[in-house]
Design a protein around this ligand. Structure first.
Ligand code: SAM
Length: 227
């Protein structure tokens, strides 16, 4: 039976790529990449010359059939995204579900992901949490925020740097000014930063910066959490 490997890749620091991940990517027949050019740099760095093909959110539906075809012909495939764990706000789910349905073995090679790294670094309770990924930009955003304001578990959100201040304003509005939160920026990279404060103080802090760069995770304490 052929195997579909789901391989996590670094979220910034190449030192986080595991030897098992490298070995796996060298051993398979093909690597399905979210972006073959982005992954090409990583693969080159680690001396991996396995053939690649693209597997991203715009061709995922079409490419699932191709992945199954390769697995059916007994060729092992690895799936990687641009950074972190495939399937986590990244393509992967459709191929994994299809491989499972067709009784192909799915093997995960764990590694970095921004959500759990930020959660742990935030110093907010991590015994129970919800991962929301990116909030919808327009339709349904307010409804989701109102629902999340009642959530008792710690909440983890992905956000782009140019929307961070807007999001902090919305959290202030729906969750209240005193709600504790953390912004984790550029995790594992040179300018890694974790700022933890009440949401009103976080907003003030980021509002006064002339620019906000890099990749960001926002972690919010659940309702009723108090220190
Ligand atoms: N699959 C990835 C994972 O496992 O975390 C997430 C991919 S998603 C398209 C990209 C988002 O993840 C970014 O916009 C940011 O919210 C978050 N992210 C990725 N790398 C990060 C980093 N080094 N520091 C902080 N957030 C990061």
């Amino acid at each position: 039976m052929a195997k579909l490997y789901i391989v996590a890749t670094p979220i910034g620091n190449l030192g986080d790529f595991s030897p098992r991940a490298v070995e796996t990517l060298k051993s398979v027949a093909y690597i399905a990449c979210e972006d073959t050019r982005t992954s090409g740099k990583l693969l080159k760095h680690f001396g991996i010359d396995t053939p690649t093909f693209s597997f991203h959110q715009h061709n995922e539906h079409k490419k699932v059939g191709y992945v199954l075809q390769l697995l059916d012909s007994n060729q092992d495939i690895a799936l990687i995204s641009d950074a972190g764990m495939p399937g986590i706000s990244d393509p992967g789910f459709l191929a994994i579900r299809a491989a499972n349905q067709q009784n192909h073995q799915v093997i995960v090679i764990p590694g970095p992901d921004a959500a759990t790294s930020a959660l742990v670094a935030s110093g907010l309770p991590c015994d129970r949490y919800v991962f929301e990924g990116f909030l919808p930009h327009k339709k349904g955003r307010q409804k989701r925020l109102k629902e999340l304001a009642e959530e008792e578990r710690t909440i983890v959100l992905y956000e782009s740097p140019n929307r961070l201040v807007k999001l902090l304003g919305e959290i202030e509005l729906y969750f209240g000014t005193d709600r504790l939160a953390a912004v984790a920026r550029e995790l594992t990279k040179t300018f890694e930063e974790i700022v933890r404060a009440s949401v009103v103080d976080l907003k003030t802090e980021f509002e006064q910066r002339s620019s906000i760069k890099g990749e960001i995770v926002v972690v919010i304490a659940g309702l009723k959490y108090a220190e």
